[in-house]
Write a protein that binds this ligand. Structure first.
Ligand code: GDP
Ligand code: ZN
Length: 370
């Protein structure tokens, strides 16, 4: 498959950034895989390189989220000969960045993929359906700078009315989202995915476990893709084998960031994002008669008036009232996170130092320093 930079999502803005910093011998590379110590990346010829992080890029990152991630464009200095590594000299600014809270104990931000154009959220109109969770997804996607697409999957299991009601409700929550009713086992949904997988576009698929993400992706990969010899206990079908997050260039155009780890997505959000996702309600609050309106039966409350006039969804009103609680919980968590992070930083500094010592030494050698 012949590919060029545009196929990989390169654009004028990246070119400008690259021109600003590039030195002779540097080339743009898009990272497709994070191997922990090294990264896999594709260059302008579609040639796959194994690249190493330079000490400078590592030091310049003030937290993990700023380190290069799958989907990032980086400037790579090619090794002079076979024995010198190709080094990442800089990470180009991200045009979008989809991130979440890290699974497990730590609450550090984790970048799922950088420079993603479209985030496809898969859900259903039944057991998985949860408008509040979808609201979080929408807020995350909005913050990331990507487009939101929703698949209300497994439509074969629910009535048309139920599927449509879910669609309508989600559309109200996010008028900008593109929402589709699909049934992956009836081979619907694939067309929708393909619609967004066009030249230069990067797509990722997220959602709870069991909603049909793998089914869809397996269909998309078709025969071209690796299947495991093992079979899924519940379906008896083979699953594709990526265990790490990976950016895959599709034969038909576009790129897919496959996220097997996303089966257990935890939302990562902050007060600002939460507030932004209720900006319409905050706007209404400006109209309340009293400045200290609690919006709970107060006289002249514009929010309650909007609910009564059918202009504001009562459920949305309810979750707005819960917002303070949510923010308090979030802040509590943040405080704990900070404490944990400090502890973590002390510990990881040592590990970092050890890993880095090797890298820096290597770089010094390269530069001919002692
Ligand atoms: P994932 O955890 O999101 O990757 O979900 P899977 O793709 O593994 O699907 C979970 C189960 O749901 C499997 O048994 C699939 O066969 C089934 N499934 C997926 N899509 C559909 C659908 O559209 N309709 C129905 N009835 N079942 C589906
Ligand atoms: Zn009010």
């Amino acid at each position: 498959m012949e590919i060029d930079l545009q196929d990989l999502g390169w654009n004028e803005e990246f070119q400008r950034e690259f021109d600003r910093i590039a030195k002779p011998g540097w080339e743009p590379v898009r990272l497709i895989r994070d191997n922990k110590i090294t990264y896999g990346g594709l260059n302008a010829e579609g040639y796959e390189l194994e690249v190493l992080l330079s000490g400078k890029v590592y030091h310049d990152a003030s937290c993990d989220a700023e380190l290069p991630a799958v989907g990032d464009w980086v400037a790579v200095e090619q090794g002079k000969d076979e024995d010198t590594d190709d080094m990442i000299r800089a990470r180009l600014p991200r045009q979008s960045c989809f991130s979440r809270k890290e699974p497990g104990k730590s609450s550090q931000e984790q970048v799922i993929a950088a420079n993603v154009d479209v985030v496809v959220v898969v859900t259903d109109a039944g057991p998985d359906y949860n408008p509040r969770r979808m609201e979080r997804y929408f807020a995350l996607i909005e913050r990331s700078g990507s487009r939101a697409v929703v698949l209300i999957n497994k439509s074969d299991l629910f009535s048309d009315e139920q599927n449509q009601a879910a669609k309508d409700e989600l559309q109200l929550l996010n008028p900008k989202a593109e929402i589709f009713i699909t049934s992956a086992i009836e081979q619907e949904g694939l067309d929708v995915l393909k619609r967004f997988l066009v030249r230069g576009q990067t797509v990722t698929v997220v959602g709870s476990s069991g909603v049909g993400k793998s089914t869809l992706i397996n269909q998309l990969m078709g025969e071209d893709y690796q299947f495991t010899s093992e079979t899924n206990e519940t379906t008896g079908k083979g699953r594709h084998t990526t265990t790490a997050r990976e950016l895959i260039v599709m034969e038909g155009g576009g790129m897919l960031v496959d996220n097997p780890g996303m089966r257990e997505i935890q939302m990562w959000t902050d007060e600002k994002t939460l507030r932004e996702s209720f900006s319409d309600v905050f706007d209404l609050a400006e109209e309340c008669k009293f400045h200290d309106c609690k919006h709970r039966g107060d006289k002249g409350c514009a929010i309650q008036a909007a609910v009564e006039a059918d202009e504001l969804d009562p459920e949305r009103y309810e979750s707005f009232l819960r917002l303070d609680e949510e923010i308090a919980t979030l802040n509590k968590r943040k405080k704990r996170r900070q404490m944990a992070a400090e502890k973590w930083a002390k510990r990881s500094h040592r590990v970092k130092a050890r890993n880095l010592a090797d890298r820096i030494e290597l770089e010094r050698e390269e530069r001919g320093e002692e």
